[in-house]
Ligand binder design. Structure first.
Ligand SMILES: Cc1ncc(COP(=O)(O)O)c(C=O)c1O
Length: 459
């Protein structure tokens, strides 16, 4: 790639703009891809080039990349009440509507909603509330939070501490002291020879129990998990995993935080990943598709047990001393509320029920591809694992820089997907049509073929 021309939009970006999860040195040399508009599941860069974004941006643009109806709702809300805070007993109608709607559709009985702007903040709030809950019931010693290796819960100090991503801890002085990580439950990648999925799940649950015992059950506050792990590579829980894990959590009175930031709102074929995998969490965080990603908003639902503890603390301390300026921002809440109406009108769950299997069968055909070791997914989420040797599940030598090669070839064929190490994660917008699924598979096939040819040339 050539260095961007002086005064180009790319040069101006390089001069002033720091990008997330980006190699800053490479960015200085190459500059950004500037996306200027979106239509349906496609986005267009500043040269007019079209890309099918089958990652829905960052697993979030459930209704695609532009939406007239949500634009009208946002404009109307800005005209009526463009902002007000929710501190010290103040409220707004959009926030009230949204809280009520979320509690109504929650996968298990939930009591109240705390709003924030991002998934990271929702998980931060959940972690704070796990501490607050145990303090309220007279067990302040229960303060450790257990996440999972390769789990991802956000970038703020606590949410990234709960995440099991060493590359995102390095040189930030993280994770914070009370955070621990149990095993990565990736059956395809981690199972032993002859080990069934159920036996693997038993081993994963035992590892969690052993960790709780080693730390001391009286010191463990909560466990946080995504129903399907996103940034870990679109990893499905192995059969019986959550039933076994939840039995362990109950045994040691450890709270369960379900991170539904990716899985919430139809992604797995039910409204919530918690329904698909029979989770019974105490707190549920959601964001992203909550507003179809058109406005930044997240929500943390808490059950009655947590709420009662918050109420008691509030009586004792004088206030629930937590909050952010934009919590339940009326414009974001109005857009989220309209998004939920759109989901109901399009019968979102039925739609994913119909088209999800078509996506999965289009992808299953890649199991025969020379590079593909595994294809696994559910609803509108899937992961494809690239291996050098199918029999041993051996990965390619990192020196070959497979992720960069794959990303380049996907882009060459006008397809945006998330490449995570040796896995390709797919999470298309939930409005994807059947012919677009076929086109996605066609582009993906070409990118895989080109990658196989490139690898053969370098071998
Ligand atoms: C499962 C999960 N939780 C939390 C987050 C963090 O959300 P945000 O980027 O909105 O802070 C993400 C982001 O991708 C996520 O995938």
């Amino acid at each position: 790639m050539n260095h961007p021309a002086p005064n180009s939009i790319q040069a101006r970006d390089i001069a002033h703009f720091i990008h997330s999860q980006t190699n800053l040195a490479r960015h200085e040399a190459e500059g950004p891809v500037v996306i200027t508009r979106g239509k349906g599941i496609y986005v267009y860069d500043d040269s007019g080039r079209e890309f099918m974004d089958a990652a829905a941006g960052l697993w979030c643009a459930s209704l695609g990349f532009a939406n007239e109806r949500l634009a009208k709702v946002a404009c109307e809300q800005i005209r009526t009440l463009g902002y007000y805070h929710t501190y010290r007993h103040h409220s707004n109608e959009a926030g009230i509507d949204l809280a009520e709607a979320l509690i109504r559709i929650a996968p298990v009985p939930m009591s109240k909603v705390v709003f924030q702007c991002t998934g990271s903040e929702a998980n931060d709030t959940a972690i704070k509330l796990a501490w607050y809950y145990h303090a309220a019931i007279g067990r302040p010693g229960k303060h450790k939070i257990i996440g999972r290796k390769m789990g991802y819960h956000g970038s703020t100090c606590a949410s990234i501490s709960a995440s099991g991503k060493p590359d995102m801890h390095a040189d930030f002085g993280l994770p914070f002291a009370p955070f621990r990580h149990t095993e990565f439950p990736h059956y395809y990648g981690m199972h032993e020879e002859g080990e069934s999925e159920e036996d693997f799940a038993t081993r994963m649950a035992s590892a969690l129990e052993n960790l709780i015992l080693a730390e001391g059950p009286d010191t463990v506050a909560a466990f946080i998990a995504e129903p399907v792990m996103g940034a870990g590579g679109a990893i499905l829980p192995p059969a019986t995993y959550f039933a076994k894990v939840q039995a362990v959590l109950q045994k040691y009175e450890v709270l369960f935080i379900a991170d539904e930031v990716i899985c919430g709102f139809g992604r797995t074929g039910r409204m919530w990943g918690s329904e698909t995998f029979e989770l019974r969490p105490d707190m549920i965080s959601c964001a992203k598709a909550l507003s179809a990603a058109i406005q930044p908003i997240s929500a943390l639902m808490v059950n009655e047990k947590i709420y009662q503890a918050m109420l008691a603390e509030s009586r004792k301390l004088g206030s629930f001393a937590h909050g952010t300026t934009y919590a339940a921002h009326p414009v974001a809440a109005a857009v989220a509320m309209e998004t939920l109406r759109i989901y109901a009108e399009m019968d979102l769950v039925a739609r994913v029920g119909r088209l999800g299997p078509k996506l999965q069968s289009a992808l299953a055909r890649f199991k025969d591809h020379a590079l593909v070791g595994d294809v696994a997914g559910i609803g509108m989420i899937a992961g494809i694992e690239i291996v050098a040797d199918k029999a041993t599940r051996r990965h390619f030598d990192p020196a070959l820089k497979l992720p960069a090669m794959l990303s380049r070839n996907l882009k060459k064929h006008g397809l945006i997907l998330r490449v995570i190490g040796d896995r390709i994660a797919l999470s298309p917008p939930l409005i994807i049509e059947e012919d677009e699924i076929a086109e996605l598979a066609r582009r993906l096939g070409k990118a895989l073929d080109d990658t196989a040819a490139e690898l053969a040339r370098t071998a």
